[in-house]
Ligand binder design. Sequence first.
Ligand SMILES: [Zn+2]
Length: 257
Amino acid sequence: MVPPTDALYLHDASLQTLTTEIVSYQPVSSLPENERSLIKAADPEVSAITMRQTILYPQGGGQPSDTGSIALVDKEPAFTVSLVRKTEDGRILHFGKSAGGIIPFVEGQSVIQRVDGAKRNYHSRLHTGGHVVGLAMQLLFPEMKKVKANHFPKEACMEYEGLLYNEQNPLIQAKVDELVQQDLPILISWVEDGSDLEGRGALRDGPIRVASIGGLDQNPCGGTHVLTTSLVGPITIRKISRQKGISRVSYEVPVIL
Ligand SMILES: [Zn+2]
């Protein structure tokens, strides 16, 4: 059995380049159906690469995929990574195309990964902004249960059971502003037994990664974060909407700080 990919972004989200080894390189058409379906409408030139380790974040947990490149050491052009996805058995597939001809990647070859740093920073700020909104909500409305989080550009929101209205927007905005201004650290820890953590992750095997804003909350989370709340930049609560008893708090952060 092929071992899972070592997901280095979980331990150091600041890594922007990495030298690692090719494990597999194949056209998408030769992947098993369940893996082929991880990329929609791939054209025939798209291939999938797995490596021993990766610094590229695979889409999941409400956070979009990183983009980047993979190149043979000292060689251009590179393979452009347009989508990263994780398989059920923990391998991380890097989908993309070679720029200017096919690169003959083979197993064991050394390659250099690069992550698109500007996009990663934006995604990390958007994702961390979701934690800030979540903490503001927890402090203001501790009885409301979080049901969903989305940290995609233009769609970012946190959803809760129960009813919230636009009149509450200034209150949430003020609490979010306060948390950003306090420049609280984003703390990452690993817990062996996550059964007391609310809702998510409790049934997963192995240690669970937990993100906390200044020790004030505890969220099982596999995403990438900025180091402190002020690095998110100003968070805007865009609107509050309701559907079938669920309230959605939509937010955004600046694309560039
Ligand atoms: Zn997180």
